[in-house]
Design a binder for this molecule. Structure first.
Ligand SMILES: Nc1ncnc2c1ncn2[C@@H]1O[C@H](COP(=O)(O)OP(=O)(O)OC[C@H]2O[C@@H]([n+]3cccc(C(=O)O)c3)[C@H](O)[C@@H]2O)[C@@H](O)[C@H]1O
Ligand SMILES: Nc1ncnc2c1ncn2[C@@H]1O[C@H](COP(=O)(O)OP(=O)(O)OP(=O)(O)O)[C@@H](O)[C@H]1O
Ligand SMILES: NC(=O)CC[C@H](N)C(=O)O
Length: 705
């Protein structure tokens, strides 16, 4: 019986932080060895951090990566363990995204990535070339600093696997798992028994299921062990890498790391019996037919066995995966991201303009969850988490917060900024939400600031600006609303700079924004109002999902104030109420949040232009006539296009969803449109005529006829 213990890691690496990254890599190797592992897999590009982006153009980066390898080799931590590092390597002046294998103080193989990730947020081909020589290997000339330590001159570089004395191990890097013709297929058919995947994969709602399904299906088809390692945390950008290292054997999950956690280093291990792989793979005769016909994969032989020295550690049993519901993903992903952002930014807390509405309440709840996670970390003995909490809160070196609320009161500040148009209902709701989280809250009136603008305008005009309800024009009405919203933004930064000073503390607060996907897409917000902030945890999440999150948080965390928030009609409270008029978001927008969510998905996920959006909706919205569907689609595209410019200045926000409108990275589209869409809208009009001529009057009406 040959048992092997294998380790996969979640590391909270930080792009360009070579010092911290080295420290975490060494810690993970030590932990893997302590757990009896003879192989340790790290995340993609872990040495420099995944999101170095255009730093990958810099030769310095490649130098520093090798310097980190020197330190790893010098540490002698690689004795008795095969270390699989993620690192960029320049070979013959071509940059590759590689796995670097180190064993007993020697570099034994460098394996470049074959298929780059370029969809959505990814741009790997901008910096790296894919390795084009399928199953071929060249010699890589090691840098002098490595030669001096290892005595080696060259090392195999290319599409090869590693043959130990007892098994064979091959590589598939992140995106390669997602491609139709994944390497695990030819590797598995070629007798490779252990497939390793070091990833840099960011969180997106419901994505873990996809990863798990792909890995399970890979190993249930070809057999073998699949190790998945991933980066975790905010490594300096809008994405949260969600860890969740996994080890799967023959389609069965044996180990799973945390998806949402503040631990910097997590090593999961599983012990597998090599005979089980042989039995499984060899037992399938149809696999055997294909395997007998497969092309050989190059092997790099190493005089080392992965087999455990002891039989006392039993094979790992199958476990059930921990999959989170969407509401939890919405809460915990951004909460972890906010913590990393805070501890890495040098700021001493967050400031939130809290309106009593759903969006800012959801943002407050996410900060509340962040504080709970910090407390969990402290209670679990995570030294780094406690050290960070003390530093951020600027507290004494022996301070330990007794609960999440105490921590919150040190690092989370909120303010309700009322005008004559605000109500006591929203003011009280905001105070209740802050109290539930434990935030330090205040309420102020900002009418003096708003009125001063009207006074200044008097210096250049005799005209009095009036709201619509007072007989004013659209232009006056918008101007009067926008100045309230924009004054709040200035005040937010003013308070974020002063509130700690007021407490006798040093430092500054980061301003949180809370505009959601839907209002961004429709442009239903004031440019440079409180949607302009330092960071926004909910900018990638739709209103409907946020409401579900609030309901979940109210129930699971006992934050009762959130129930009132969800039940309230969304309103900006920027116009005066009259006997027959109360401002409401959906009336203002000319569409409902539900409709907006549908438009958003069709535009981004289903890649619909105006015509195909109309053609899809005409059958889905069968309660409407073709002309009514056409009007709704046209209205959406009109508002989307006149407001697209607002996306260019959107606050950096957590990437969460496939329908994100983030112009800076995820949704690359122009921001100056012909908002008349003449050609496209004419095509819609023509289709309306076709439907009408056929007597199609909305399915419901047509069926009745
Ligand atoms: N093509 C273009 N490229 C670049 N910039 C462009 C531009 N067109 C206009 N602009 C600029 O944008 C400005 C217009 O944008 P902006 O100032 O935001 O004003 P605008 O979009 O006209 O009005 C704000 C909208 O948000 C609504 N609102 C206000 C406050 C709160 C809420 C809520 O969410 O509850 C909603 C309000 O009812 C209104 O529909 C122009 O004055 C100009 O400066
Ligand atoms: N009275 C207020 N006091 C404090 N902040 C406010 C107030 N009104 C608006 N804000 C801030 O401005 C942001 C945008 O305002 P807007 O009226 O567009 O609200 P919203 O996007 O519907 O969000 P919410 O659901 O939080 O009200 C809010 O999320 C909030 O951060
Ligand atoms: N770094 C990668 O190759 C990541 C791409 C992959 N599709 C993912 O999101 O997990």
């Amino acid at each position: 019986m040959r048992l092997v213990t294998l380790a996969a890691c979640n590391l909270n690496q930080w792009a360009m932080d070579f010092e911290g990254n080295l420290h975490r890599i060494l810690q993970s190797i030590r932990e893997a060895k302590e757990k009896g592992a003879t192989y340790r897999l790290g995340p993609e590009l872990e040495v420099c951090g995944y999101s170095c982006e255009d730093h990958f153009y810099e030769e310095d980066l490649y130098l520093h990566c090798w310097e980190v390898v020197v330190e790893i080799l010098k540490s002698r931590e690689t004795e008795g363990i095969l270390v699989d590092l993620g690192m960029p390597v320049s070979h013959r002046n071509v940059r590759y995204n590689c796995r670097v294998f180190i064993l007993n103080g020697k570099v034994i193989l460098i394996r470049p990535k074959l298929y780059m990730a370029d969809d959505g947020n990814y741009r790997e081909s901008r910096w790296f070339a894919p390795w084009k020589h399928h199953l071929e290997v060249e010699q890589y000339y090691l840098p002098g600093m490595i030669r001096q330590i290892t005595g080696q001159t060259t090392v195999p570089f290319g599409d090869a696997c590693i043959a130990t004395l007892d098994t064979c191990l091959g590589v598939e890097t992140c995106e390669e798992l997602f491609t139709p013709n994944s390497p695990h297929i030819f590797l598995g058919l070629n007798g490779v028994e252990i497939i390793t995947n070091g990833s840099g994969s960011h969180h997106q709602l419901r994505k873990l299921n996809t990863r798990l399904d792909l890995i399970k299906s890979a190993t249930s088809k070809v057999g073998g062990v699949y190790l998945y390692s991933n980066q975790r945390g905010c490594d300096g950008n809008r994405m949260y890498f969600d860890g969740c290292a996994m080890i799967v054997l023959n389609g069965k999950l044996l180990a799973q790391g945390d998806q949402f956690s503040l631990r910097d280093v997590q090593v999961v291990t599983a012990t597998v019996c090599l005979e089980e792989i042989k039995n499984y793979a060899g037992g399938s005769s149809s696999r055997g037919i294909q395997a007998a016909d497969s092309v050989g994969v190059q092997r790099v032989d190493v005089d080392f066995q992965l087999k455990s020295k002891t039989l006392r550690v039993p094979p790992s049993p199958e476990i059930q995966p921990r999959l989170w519901i969407v509401e939890e993903e919405i809460g915990y992903g951004p909460a972890c991201w906010l913590w990393d952002y805070l501890r890495r930014s040098g700021a001493s807390g967050y400031f939130l303009p809290l309106s009593g509405g759903a969006d800012s309440a959801a943002t407050a709840a996410i900060v509340g969850l962040m504080c709970e996670l910090v407390l969990d970390g402290i209670r679990a003995g995570e030294k780094q988490v406690l050290e960070d909490a003390r530093r951020i809160a600027r507290r004494e070196s022996d301070w330990v917060p007794k609960d999440a609320k105490e921590l919150c009161s040190e690092i989370f500040f909120s303010c309700y900024m009322g005008t004559v148009n605000s109500s006591d209902t929203t003011k009280n709701r905001a105070a209740d939400v802050a109290a539930d989280m434990g935030a330090k809250h205040c309420a102020v009136k900002i009418d003096d600031v708003v009125d001063s603008y009207a006074k200044i305008f008097k210096q250049i005009s005799d005209k009095t600006i009036k709201f619509k309800t007072q007989g004013g024009s659209y232009t006056e009405n918008i101007a009067l609303q926008n100045i309230q919203a924009r004054s709040r933004m200035c005040l937010a930064y003013y308070l974020a700079g002063l509130l700690l000073w007021n407490e006798g503390k040093q430092g500054y607060l980061l301003v949180l924004g809370s505009a959601n996907v839907d209002e961004s897409l429709r442009g239903y917000f004031t440019k440079y109002d409180c949607s302009s902030a330092d960071v926004n945890p909910i900018g990638g999440i739709a209103k409907g999902d946020l409401k579900k999150f609030l309901v979940w948080a109210a129930k699971m965390k006992g934050w009762g104030s959130l129930v009132d928030v969800v039940e309230a009609t969304p309103t900006a409270e920027l116009e005066p109420n009259t006997a027959d008029y109360t401002q409401s978001d959906e009336a203002d927008m000319g569409m409902s949040y539900v409709e907006l969510g549908i438009f958003g998905r069709l535009r981004k996920v289903d890649r619909c232009g105006p015509l195909s959006m109309f053609e899809k909706l005409i059958y889905e919205w069968d309660h409407l006539k073709p002309i009514e569907v056409a009007e709704k689609v046209k209205r959406f595209f009109y508002y989307y296009s006149i407001n697209r410019h607002k996306m260019t200045t959107l606050t950096p926000s957590y990437h969460a969803e496939v329908y994100g409108p983030d112009d800076n990275r995820f949704d690359l589209r122009q921001f100056l449109y012909n908002s008349k869409w003449t050609w496209q809208f004419r095509s819609i009009d023509n289709m309306v005529k076709v439907f009408e001529d056929e007597g199609f009057n909305g399915k419901a009406q047509t069926d009745k006829a």
